[in-house]
Design a protein around this ligand. Structure first.
Ligand SMILES: *Cc1c(COP(=O)(O)O)cnc(C)c1O
Length: 421
């Protein structure tokens, strides 16, 4: 048995996997073009922003697209455009990136946390039904990791209760549900182009909708409350949440690579899923892909670990050991949104009101998750199966070394300094 790299042994993999995000000459050319044009920002016809909005709309098959400064900005705009006001409730999943909930809170509205489905880790429609009250003005469905939420059931609930769905597609650009793109299924879709996302300009976002009236409000809210084409006066309260021309130009180039990268990641993820599923104690999320998920967005490849099969080591020990072997994996436990200090600490709770319907599954998932791919800041899923075989070797090595890992945990627990000294 070779010693774990964590304890000084040789790592399984010394070479880095592909990095994320990608760029080549095309991005350089796009940037130079904007620089020399002297039109670096603003809303104008023929802009890079407009060109990219058109390209993204065609890709998604959605008629209205507005680029914005971030995914969080997009969520705030979507909420305001739908008329969500101070004190109104918005149902959000208890496990997501915190911005899904904080976008609601910064508007003075109240996130209501619904639990996640234990298999897909997306929002549980039954919990959404339990969360809806007279004050509910919107539901945010997050396509977590690139896996579409159950838009069939959520759509029925939304229709029955007369509450619109905002799709948080920050992690799901390119994913399809029953053949239709995420972002085209609810009233509004919101994308992010931050560094780890499926296409990136470092920062950025987009708000998309089928509804022309809503689109006009979205365009106005991102540009100081000025409807498109209006200058000189401000008929409504808005923000400046515009995207720069440099960012739009880069995104146009990135979008052209998206389908090719998704195909590679689909292959890499399928390989890892099949080989890692046979390791006792590792379960892919979801166990089997729902046939309605016609394409997974592959922001991440997720597994849950059953500690029992690994001599009861903590998930965090497992991740650290794997990382030391040269396998990029997210290191920290996620935090269920209701447990985030902003919602859990009484000192700040007065400012950020929330309500939790249930978060049992979310809490359980947070401490058992093992995330590969962009969620761990890596382009690893783009690699060929021949390269990815190292992941399997590393997992097997960690599995074989559970004893020493468990022992090290015991040692740490024994020598822990009491916190009051
Ligand atoms: C990244 C992300 C956001 C926020 O997007 P930013 O562009 O970083 O503001 C919102 N929701 C989810 C699920 C995300 O992953």
């Amino acid at each position: 048995m070779t010693t774990l790299a964590l304890f000084g042994g040789p790592p399984i993999r010394a070479r880095a996997f592909q990095a994320w995000p990608h760029s080549d000459q095309a991005e350089l050319g796009a940037l130079a073009g904007v620089l020399t044009s002297r039109r670096w920002g603003g809303i104008h016809s023929g802009s890079q922003g407009e060109v990219f909005e058109k390209a993204l709309g065609e890709y998604l098959d959605v008629p209205h697209v507005a680029v914005v400064s971030s995914g969080t900005a997009g969520l705030m705009i979507a909420l305001r455009a739908l008329g969500v006001r101070v004190g109104d409730e918005v149902v959000v999943p208890a496990m997501t990136y915190a911005a899904t909930a904080t976008a609601v809170s910064v508007l003075g509205s109240v996130p209501v946390f619904a639990d996640i489905d234990s298999d897909t880790h997306t929002i549980d429609p039954s919990s959404v039904e339990a969360a809806i009250s007279e004050k509910t003005k919107a539901i945010i469905a997050v396509h977590l990791g690139g896996h579409p939420a159950d838009m069939d059931r959520l759509g029925l609930i939304a229709e029955e209760r007369g509450v619109p769905i905002i799709e948080d597609c920050a992690q799901s650009l390119g994913a399809t549900w029953n053949g239709a793109h995420t972002g085209s299924l609810g009233r509004v879709g919101v994308f992010s182009f931050a560094s780890t996302k499926n296409i990136s300009a470092g920062e950025g976002g987009a708000v998309v909708t089928q509804d022309g009236e809503l689109a006009a409000r979205i365009a106005s809210l991102r540009d100081h409350g000025r409807p498109l084409g209006v200058t000189g006066h401000h008929p409504e309260l808005g923000w400046n949440l515009r995207l720069s021309e440099f960012q739009s130009a880069i995104l146009g180039v990135q979008l052209e690579r998206l389908d090719r990268q998704l195909a590679a990641k689909t292959k890499g993820a399928a390989f890892l899923t099949s080989v890692l599923s046979s390791v006792p104690g590792l379960r892919p999320v979801p166990a089997d892909l729902d046939p309605r998920v016609t394409r997974h967005g592959r922001f991440s490849l997720a597994f849950t670990i059953d500690a029992g099969a690994f001599s009861n080591i903590s998930t965090s020990s497992f991740r650290s050991a794997l990382r030391a072997e040269g396998i990029p994996v997210g290191l920290r436990d996620l935090i269920a949104c209701p447990d985030e200090p902003i919602y859990a600490d009484s000192a700040v709770r007065d400012y950020a009101h929330s309500r939790t319907v249930s978060c049992t599954q979310a809490r359980a998932a947070c401490t058992r998750l093992v995330l590969f791919g962009q969620a761990a800041g890596s382009g690893m899923l783009l690699e060929d199966p021949s390269e990815l075989a190292d992941v399997v070797r590393a997992v097997e090595k960690v599995h074989d070394n559970c004893g020493p890992l468990r022992e090290a945990e015991h040692q740490r627990a024994m020598t822990r300094v009491p916190s009051d000294s």
